[in-house]
Design a protein around this ligand. Sequence first.
Ligand code: IPM
Ligand code: MG
Length: 360
Amino acid sequence: MPKKIAILPGDGIGPEIVAEAVKVLERLRQDCGLDVELEYAPVGGVAYDTHGTTLPDETLALARAADAILLGAAGGPKWDQLDTALRPEKALLRLRSELVLFSNLRPTILYPQLADASSLKAEVVTDLDIMIVRELTGGIYFGQPRGVRTLENGERQAYNTLVYSESEIKRIAHSAFRIAGKRSGKLCSVDKANVLESSVLWREVVTELGNEYPDVTLSHMYVDNAAMQLVRAPKQFDVIVTGNMFGDILSDAAAMLTGSIGMLPSASLDTQGKGLYEPVHGSAPDITGQGLANPLATILSTAMLLRYSLDEPEMAKRIERAISQTLDAGLRTADIFRDVGRQVSTSEMGDAVAQALATN
Ligand code: IPM
Ligand code: MG
């Protein structure tokens, strides 16, 4: 039985970058016996335009039935005026929540070929390899109550709730400890326990769980300090575990250490290893349709898909090697092009990676 991959290209540059990842999958299918079936469905603004909702029922059903989901991006200025509940971003949040994809892995790796694309000095970032584990289905993104109300004096007031239950903290902490155990054995939990009750509980639960992982050295850091340390001395980190909103912010900051957010993949996993894979960057409406988008984050997300949901670690490694070879050959999309090498378009980059796969 072939494994089923739901392909949700979405908005903006989504279709362009997903097309390149599909080239890579097709190549693996032809040359390496990868047994997969790809099924497409609309999500985000394009789905709103054609179906009146950013997450049509059929798309959700397909995502549920699939072994893994590859998503491009959702959102764009065309849909910015919609109510919060109707916005394309909401489709992404619903997919995460409905499928209980609570464990969001965001590897931040600096490719040696791109050291001069980082905004930090080369010696601060050389060999950088951090894994951010972000809780993805709880916290302030989903907490109730939330809304906007009008006070007695006529003033409007908006509110959200930052809530974490013990079980939510435990399951993300288990994910993070296991990952840390397979890497350097260092885990840093990031919170705001000097101010927030939810963070005090977070710290307590993570600390307790640490007893089950004697091989992992656990440390704690306040989120403001973590933001500073990430740009001061990022190599002190190996695995970081944190809540939904802190993880959202820290992962964007970490992305720039690598030179371009166009290089960063992500996986969002449930307890069974089923996952949604997407680049960390968004729909980039400013460069849509110009061949400027970097498909590597999406191709790297495809490697994560093979590793975590399809149990094909060798094929994942082949993709990563093919990307390295392509960078070695000097090919650069606009976002990572400096003075050396050759600037190529989105599809030239995808072709080159698919080509390199054949020879590695
Ligand atoms: C991300 C994005 C999303 C988030 C948005 C698009 C809802 O910023 O995946 O980091 O905030 O989680
Ligand atoms: Mg974000």
